[in-house]
Design a protein around this ligand. Sequence first.
Ligand SMILES: [Zn+2]
Ligand SMILES: [Zn+2]
Length: 140
Amino acid sequence: MAALNGKCLCGGVSFTVAAPTHLDSCHCADCRRWSGGPNISLDFSAVDFKSDKTLAWFQNSDWAERGFCKTCGSSLFYRLIEDHSKMTVCAGAVDGISDDVKITKEFFIEQKPAFYDFAGERERLTGAEVFALYSAEEDS
Ligand SMILES: [Zn+2]
Ligand SMILES: [Zn+2]
């Protein structure tokens, strides 16, 4: 699968990641505070770092932490504390995502503010449905 390049605003963090087949989005309050708006990201992926010299992590929940550039402030990654091997990647940091790639899920729809909506039809899950989905995957 083709690899795409990604980087933060200042270039202190740069990486490659496999070209995504779909994107996810999250409307939760933490994602919006972190991203400055709704978060759109590549699903959990293996990231190959070219440079991580300005990468820092902030743990915002009991189960996950968020990676950002400590020089330029770009929001970049989300990973589970129990498994650092894969992380979601903010779509805005990745170059060359194909026009064929669409957002297929909206997470935490009940936390979405009224002042924006994503056009089009796709799966929209509440926070409770998101937790049920991922704990079911862990059990299987
Ligand atoms: Zn940076
Ligand atoms: Zn979120």
